[in-house]
Write a protein of this length. Structure first.
Length: 305
């Protein structure tokens, strides 16, 4: 167990501080402070994929390309043993509770109290500890997911298009999502430095497109009138693109335009200690909406001599 007695809010603040420091000291690389691509952080015992702020937080603690994290008991179920003296990594868990509107009495559990109209639903944050695979003995051998450094642009182009979001590729120096037309616009693929950079930009803009009411229903600010809201949306889109790159087996490389957003992100973070948590949660939802609303296009069958 962790030696720190943290509440959910304490942990959120701690995670925020880590990101702020990384952004200030290494703004060009802060979005990818881990090495390689080895899948999303997941629990090999429960088969759960960590989501939202926990996912991004655990990426920083990944070692040797291994993305497995589990509780003490979870590792025991797999025949592994957490080594003596190892310190757990705190993560946030949200559980549902109900508070009586008149008496203030709390009721926890999955079942709604009765009569439900007398209660207000609340989400309570709790902290528990997980351990990385490198902290245990006799862990099952880890199978590194396959990475595709040479991206099939046409295949991924058709994959993005199955969202049915309009997408226009034209010779230009701008990439953007126009909400009034519900349209993604990007430069031609051959204008990018490489296929990975192309995927990152396209994924970023498609994550912006999930803001609409019928998708993820996310409000975004205007660059000139609402700097904080604009910064929030940019961070959501960038984190969402990073999640997509990992889940699609594409190694994301930080792009130069990250640095252009950093100052506004920092400003927003300083004003709201829970900002990074909200952004990461929304980014996760954006990436999951895209994954849930796309289908794998058919590949051309290879000719066999």
């Amino acid at each position: 167990m962790t030696r720190e007695k943290l509440t959910g809010n304490d942990l959120i603040k701690k995670i925020t501080d880590v990101f702020v420091e990384a952004m200030e000291n290494d703004p060009q690389n802060w979005t990818k402070p881990w090495k390689g691509v080895s899948g999303m952080p997941h629990n090999p015992s429960s088969k759960t994929v960590y989501s939202g702020i926990n996912s991004f937080w655990l990426m920083i603690h990944m070692k040797d390309g291994d993305s497995r994290f589990s509780t003490y008991k979870g590792w025991e179920k797999l025949g592994a043993q957490v080594r003596k003296g190892e310190q757990g990594i705190p993560v946030v868990y949200y559980s549902t509770s109900y508070v009586h509107k008149t008496t203030g009495k709390w009721v926890s559990g999955k079942n709604e109290p009765s009569p439900i109209e007398n209660y207000e639903k609340r989400f309570v944050s709790r902290v528990y500890s997980v351990f990385h695979a490198s902290q245990v003995d006799d862990a099952p051998e880890f199978e590194q997911p396959k990475i595709s450094p040479n991206i099939d642009v046409e295949y991924h182009r058709q994959w993005f298009k199955t969202t049915n979001i309009e997408w226009v590729e034209t010779p230009s120096d701008r990439a953007f999502y126009r909400m009034s037309e519900d349209k993604v616009c990007t430069p031609l693929a051959e204008q990018f430095l490489g296929e990975q950079e192309w995927f990152g930009v396209v994924a970023h803009e498609f994550c912006h497109a999930t803001m609409t009411k019928e998708r993820c229903d996310r409000k975004a600010g205007n660059r000139s009138d609402d700097t904080r809201g604009y910064a929030a949306e940019e961070l959501v889109a960038e984190l969402g693109a990073t999640f997509l790159a990992i889940q699609r087996g594409v190694e994301s490389t930080p792009r130069q335009d990250h640095i252009n957003y950093v100052q506004s992100w920092l400003s927003a973070l300083d004003n709201d200690p829970k900002f990074i948590q909200k952004a990461a949660t929304q980014a996760w939802k954006a990436s999951q909406w895209i994954l849930d609303n796309t289908t794998e296009p058919a590949r051309e069958k290879e000719l066999v001599a």
